[in-house]
Design a protein around this ligand. Structure first.
Ligand SMILES: O=C(O)CCC(=O)C(=O)O
Ligand SMILES: [Fe+2]
Length: 345
């Protein structure tokens, strides 16, 4: 997880601030983030609770207002707290670190963009407010009336074709029927988008509905080339998330020379290099992956309950439901990214 950009205060007491550095507090000493939010939340609106470091026993609690932080400080500092099993907290006011981390970047995380155009990933598009709040409510009610299938951390529904998570593919001979009528307004709006691919590809016939509880993410993957055609649409509903993208750089592949500041090459545990980008997906937005974004970049959702987007703290307080629309492929994939293409193996 990423750490807060609010540092440990240097002075004896530190000056007052809406952010409290709290020691003897965190998952390593048996206090969940939800418990911390509920104890500190009694003093006022909390903008976020962050790990202060890797110990799991020090957090930073950010209040919306300084007065609330002062009240929490006076009530909780150095006294055994019944709601925390008699534990005494050591609290100080915390300060914003004057480092590059204040650019919306938190140690292990990348800056999060609000616009697809900022990511410099060819074939990635994000359309805000693709559906209205009323439609969103109707779509959620429609899926909640239907049976969910439980996976280990999230629930899913499949329409058109079942998606098999073991093979990461579909059985194209087993059609489950038309997509449900309640998604027709979405399909009609998608059909009106100006697309460069041929019109055939836009007849979407597979829908996966994912329901992620707060903080649950999705592992990095490229949707199997042989399973689906080149356009993948994902509509976000109910709650927001961050979606990250990685493009692994194999020996012969160097990043396109755009502005050098834009190219950030990171190293994974096994020393392979990759480019990494992140985008904020608000509820009611529609993400489109096509071309390089669809065929060559892994996409995933980090398992975070709290994200920094620009200078704001975003809590994933509610579930996120996504509708992913795809077209099942009838013939082998012929993309230009053969190193990622299972149709070529
Ligand atoms: O939840 C999403 O928006 C993405 C889901 C996804 O990537 C998938 O089902 O392959
Ligand atoms: Fe996917």
């Amino acid at each position: 997880m990423g750490f807060t950009r609010f540092g440990r205060p240097k002075g004896a007491q530190g000056q007052s601030s809406p952010n409290l550095y709290v020691a003897n507090c965190g998952p390593a000493v048996g206090l969940s983030y939800d418990t911390i939010v509920s104890v500190f939340g009694a003093f006022g609106e909390i903008k976020g609770v962050f790990a202060a470091d890797e110990s799991g026993a020090r957090v930073v609690v950010c209040f919306a207002e300084e007065g609330c932080a002062q009240n929490a400080f006076n009530a909780l500092n150095g006294r055994p707290c019944a709601e925390l099993g008699g534990r005494s907290l050591h609290i100080r006011y915390s300060v914003l670190q004057p480092t590059s981390q204040s650019q919306g970047r938190v140690n292990d995380s990348v800056p999060v963009s609000l616009l697809a155009s900022e990511l410099n990933i060819p074939g990635l598009y994000l359309m805000h407010d693709f559906v209205t709040a009323k439609e969103e409510e109707e779509f959620l009610a429609a899926v909640d009336e239907r049976p969910w299938k439980n996976l280990s951390k999230r629930r899913v529904q499949h329409y058109g074709y079942e998606f098999c998570y073991e093979t990461r593919n579909v059985d194209s001979r087993k059609n489950l029927g038309e997509l449900p009528a309640f998604v027709s307004p979405i399909l009609e709006r998608i059909a009106m988008l100006p697309m460069r691919e041929d019109a055939e590809a836009i007849v979407l016939d597979q829908l996966t509905v994912n329901e992620y509880p707060p903080g649950v993410g999705l592992s990095p993957h490229i949707d199997t080339h042989s399973a689906f055609e080149g356009l993948i649409f994902s509509l976000s509903l109910a709650g927001p998330c961050i979606m990250e993208f990685r493009r692994y750089l194999d020996a012969g592949l160097t990043p396109r020379a755009s502005s050098s500041s834009d190219i950030e090459i990171e190293s994974s545990e096994n020393n392979s290099n990759f480019l990494r980008r992140a985008i904020y997906l608000p509820p009611r937005s529609l993400l489109l992956l096509t071309g390089e974004a669809r065929y060559a970049w892994n996409h995933y959702i980090p398992h975070h309950k709290i994200d920094m987007v620009k200078d704001s703290v975003i809590r994933r307080a509610s579930r996120r439901v996504s509708f992913t629309f795809r077209k099942v492929r009838a013939s082998p994939c012929q993309c230009e990214f053969s190193q990622y293409c299972d149709s070529r193996r």
